[in-house]
Design a protein around this ligand. Structure first.
Ligand SMILES: Cc1cc2nc3c(=O)[nH]c(=O)nc-3n(C[C@H](O)[C@H](O)[C@H](O)COP(=O)(O)O)c2cc1C
Length: 221
């Protein structure tokens, strides 16, 4: 697969088939993703690969937190406000997703159902949780995590798998800490769901958008 085909063809998957992903394939993805760049080759990223019964327990506990209205406390704080343009893009994305699923904006019960599916990782059979040692400067460590996460997503796409980088998987980090025995010396940054996409699902087929280059790029010289 051409790199450009992988980059433009990858999309976030929001409905997975129940099929398990073999350990060998997950291992292969991680082996290759290690070649992502990092600050001074520090490779500060660390991953927990969660599958099987442990993943099922995580999904149950994560959903329970949502449904009981527990206060979330992600270790990487979520932005509360965005500048105008990013906020418009976020709203636009939400509309496209809800439209694809035939969910009217005001149908709270249907939106709640969607959130429940999201907290269930859209049925993905694998979650990779990316962590950083607390001794690493968060700003630079986060850049490196971003690079390896995208690398994982592209490699998975090349192998016919789907991924979703999921803030909702780390909104209740205490659940992950307990189930995975993550020590206090690490900060839980982000999770990526992995599995085989259900390509018949409308959530995986709607047209996505991107800002025009004019909005993003200033040519100088
Ligand atoms: C840091 C980060 C967190 C995200 N968290 C979620 C999430 O919790 N739930 C979800 O459905 N998508 C999540 N996404 C996926 C984005 O919504 C998605 O990347 C964006 O809409 C662009 O669409 P695309 O990935 O299909 O190109 C996240 C993406 C990133 C980079």
């Amino acid at each position: 697969m051409e790199v450009s085909t992988a980059v433009t063809g990858r999309r976030s998957i929001r409905m997975y088939k129940p099929d398990q992903v073999s350990r060998d394939i997950i291992q292969e993805i991680l082996e290759e993703a290690r070649w992502a760049p990092s600050w001074g080759n520090t490779q500060g990223w660390e991953f927990y690969v969660v599958i099987g019964d442990t993943l099922e327990k995580f999904k149950e506990a994560n959903l329970e937190k949502l449904q009981t209205g527990a206060t979330s406390s992600p270790e990487i704080s979520m932005p509360e406000k965005w500048p105008e343009k990013p906020n418009e893009r976020y709203t636009e994305f939400g509309k496209r997703l809800l439209n694809a699923l035939n969910i009217p904006r005001k149908a709270k019960d249907l939106r709640d159902e969607l959130y429940a599916k999201m907290f269930n990782l859209f049925g993905a059979p694998c979650l990779m949780v990316a962590c950083l040692d607390k001794g690493i400067s968060l700003d630079y460590g986060m850049l490196d995590i971003g690079l390896i996460l995208q690398t994982i997503c592209l490699l998975a796409h090349e192998k016919g798998l789907g991924t979703t980088i999921m803030a909702v998987s780390v909104m209740y980090p205490e659940v992950l800490r307990k189930l995975l025995s993550i020590p206090d010396t690490k900060v839980i940054v982000m999770g990526v769901a992995l599995g085989y996409p259900d390509w018949n699902a409308p959530a995986n087929k709607f047209e996505r958008s991107r800002a025009n280059l004019e909005e993003l790029v200033t040519w100088v010289g």
